[in-house]
Design a protein around this ligand. Structure first.
Ligand SMILES: NC(=O)C1=CN([C@@H]2O[C@H](COP(=O)(O)OP(=O)(O)OC[C@H]3O[C@@H](n4cnc5c(N)ncnc54)[C@H](O)[C@@H]3O)[C@@H](O)[C@H]2O)C=CC1
Ligand SMILES: NCC(=O)COP(=O)(O)O
Length: 333
């Protein structure tokens, strides 16, 4: 019995947001639909005028209408004005935010299976609509009642979690408290069991400083906070490696020793995965009451409107959203 057939009722489609219309979101949405050929039901929420010229689409009134659609199903959201590829427009900021909220609402009330988001330009939303969140992750946490969420990027070869996300490097040491790191490790561990189907996840925890502090010669954060925390979590039964020097924990044989790496800041986590598999990586938010995935890349303004965008990361994100959404439905029956 497949996951799909074991769940009663019709499985709703995944809700895909348009994201920043001036970026590559419209193009990769159309390419993903063409590649998936209806094998993975999803619908786009956005303004159909923002799709590349000539892309066939089906205007839908409700998510269920997407099932069986012969061309890209679009639940229309009026952005008022056309897009200019490569140029963020202030008047699009609020509609971009509203579309994300609509996708979440449809998922939380069971009309969509999961949320998959196309990339946004965080600064454009801040400038155009005073968006108070650094990205989707924090906004989704807010929409879910301030859920403790964690950002994970995943590809076949590696899963990484930045414990601090979109903050200045100079703010990392003060933001990285024992409580925060404990919450990130616990949320990651639980999600590897619930959403990735692992029985006994092994986590590798990076140090903050070069050489993980080298016994205090290059920083005290490992001795003062990270090591004691890891010892306490091991006593609870978690399988943890570290704190490890970040420069030597991502080569192939090191990666074989763990299921996910928890890193101390954004670039420590994202540089290795985007180097290993920029085209195929998926961003997934852990700790939400619903499933949310996204491609690992950004708006790619430099190629927007050229037809050169690669939809692989979005296709993988849609696949992960669908699989996790099905598993969550099964859990609830
Ligand atoms: N989930 C999200 O909403 C994310 C949003 N962003 C936002 O995207 C904007 C641009 O960020 P950048 O650092 O320039 O990263 P980017 O990922 O947009 O672009 C980096 C380079 O990779 C290329 N590229 C990216 N995706 C591609 C694809 N699918 N096919 C072919 N080439 C691709 C671009 O053309 C560019 O040369 C920023 O405003 C950032 O905040 C960045 C990452 C994730
Ligand atoms: N660098 C990753 C990124 O910007 C994704 O952020 P989010 O919008 O998914 O929170």
């Amino acid at each position: 019995m497949t996951a799909e057939s074991s769940v009663s009722g019709i499985v709703p489609p995944v809700a895909l947001t348009m994201g920043e219309p001036a970026g590559i979101g419209p193009e990769i949405a159309a390419k993903a639909f063409a590649a998936l050929q209806g094998t993975l039901p999803f619908f786009l929420i956005g303004d159909p005028r923002h799709l590349p010229e000539g892309v066939a689409f089906t205007r839908i009134d409700t998510p269920a209408d997407a099932l069986g659609a012969k061309s890209l199903p679009v639940l229309p959201y009026d952005f008022q004005t056309p897009r200019v590829p490569g140029v963020a427009q202030a008047e699009h900021a609020q509609p971009v935010i509203d579309v994300i909220a609509q996708a979440v609402d449809l998922t939380q009330n069971g009309r969509a299976l999961a949320v998959c988001t196309n990339p946004i330009n965080k600064k454009a939303l801040k400038d155009g609509a005073e968006f108070p969140f650094p990205g989707h992750t924090e906004y989704l946490s807010h929409l879910a009642g301030d859920a403790h969420v964690v950002m994970m990027l995943a590809c076949d070869a590696l899963r990484v979690v930045p414990a601090t996300i979109h903050i200045a490097l100079s703010d990392v040491p003060t933001s990285l408290t024992r409580e925060k790191l404990a919450q990130v490790i616990r949320t990651t561990h639980a999600a590897l069991i619930r959403d990735f189907g692992l029985d006994a996840p092994r986590l590798a925890i990076a140090g903050l400083n070069p050489h993980a502090g080298e016994g205090g010669a290059m920083g005290m954060d490992e001795i003062d906070m990270i090591t004691p925390l890891l010892d306490d979590l091991r006593a609870e039964g978690l399988d943890l490696l570290g704190p490890l020097p970040a420069d030597t924990m991502f080569h192939a044989s090191a990666r074989a020793g763990y299921d996910a790496a928890v890193c101390m800041y954004h670039d420590q986590a994202l540089i290795p995965i985007k180097t290993i598999d920029f085209a195929g990586g998926v961003n997934v938010t852990l700790g939400l009451p619903f499933v949310r995935t996204s491609p690992d890349h950004g708006t790619a303004y430099d190629i927007a409107g050229t037809g050169k965008a690669d939809a692989t990361s979005l296709i993988n994100a849609l696949r992960m959203a669908h699989q996790m959404g099905l598993a969550r439905r099964q859990e609830s029956t």
